[in-house]
Design a protein around this ligand. Structure first.
Ligand SMILES: [Zn+2]
Length: 91
């Protein structure tokens, strides 16, 4: 299943990228629904299953390919100037 590669950037210098979308089923027929989220422990934007992200109460950035481009609160400077865009696709 293909997905999108998201790229987030802020004028303060913070940036990150993550792959989002459904993964292929593994041998146990499990599939991950990957979303882009900010992980405060790593101080980075990561690719993570949305259920895990919800369980950890992480800030999730919706896929601009589906929801349109928007700006979000930047984890570094706190301003609403973190721009999330689609950089490309993967499969
Ligand atoms: Zn910033």
């Amino acid at each position: 299943m293909p997905g999108n590669l998201l790229f987030a950037t802020c004028p303060c210098g913070f940036e990150g990228s993550a792959q989002v979308g459904m993964t292929d089923m593994d041998d146990d027929f499990r599939q991950e629904d990957l979303v882009a989220a900010y992980d405060p422990e790593k101080d980075a934007i990561i690719s993570i299953d949305k259920h895990v992200a919800a369980a950890r109460c992480l800030t999730v950035y919706p896929d601009p390919y589906i929801y349109g481009n928007s700006e979000f609160a930047c984890p570094k400077c706190g301003k609403s100037t973190l721009y999330v865009d689609v950089l490309g696709h993967w499969d």
